[in-house]
Write a new protein. Sequence first.
Length: 231
Amino acid sequence: MSVSAGAIRMVTGLLVLPACLSAQTDPRLVSALRLAQEGLGDSARAVISRLVARTEPTDTLYPQMLYTRGLISADPRDMRNDLQRVAVEYASSNWADDALLRLALLDYAGGQLDASARTLERIALDHSTSPLYPRAALWAGRVYFERPPADSFPVRPPGFRIQIAAVNTAGAADAIAARARATGIETVVTREGPYYKVRVGSYPTRTEAAAALPAVRARFRGMPFVVAVRE
């Protein structure tokens, strides 16, 4: 996928507005964003990279740092990598919905309308109460208008599973899935982008999946969460 510099400006143009600055919870990140806003992108990226290198991935600020680094990246590949990590590895963080929206815009800018539509649908399914939902809906309308006829893409009602892991290799995912299956739980592994996601259970409604979530969290490490699926 080729993404032009102009397209990157389209994706990032709204990222360092005052509203974005006020959303940050760490003064070091605010300072870096101000540098980017003032045209000092290289300095801003250097600040964020040092912060990321000195921060443990388990720190609550880590996803915010990744998100901010993605915001001001000059390289679309680096931007995508950071935003994907936030959306997948830190899906329950306050930055996941925004990361997904920007991934959808990257795909749109690269002409990948199907991928953009799937990501926007993910926002609708998993972040329906997000303040970004109206903006995502507007972009979804534009994407669907530009896609091939709707009958080429049948819409199925979603089901729900509980995601227990997202890892980089098939082997790691299969090992986690095998341990889950050994406990008698229905388990599937799906690949989305560079990640292999391990999900358990099968629930017709989000309410039923949410009711099962405490028991799943008690059985598996990390922070399992409910996801909508169309399988």
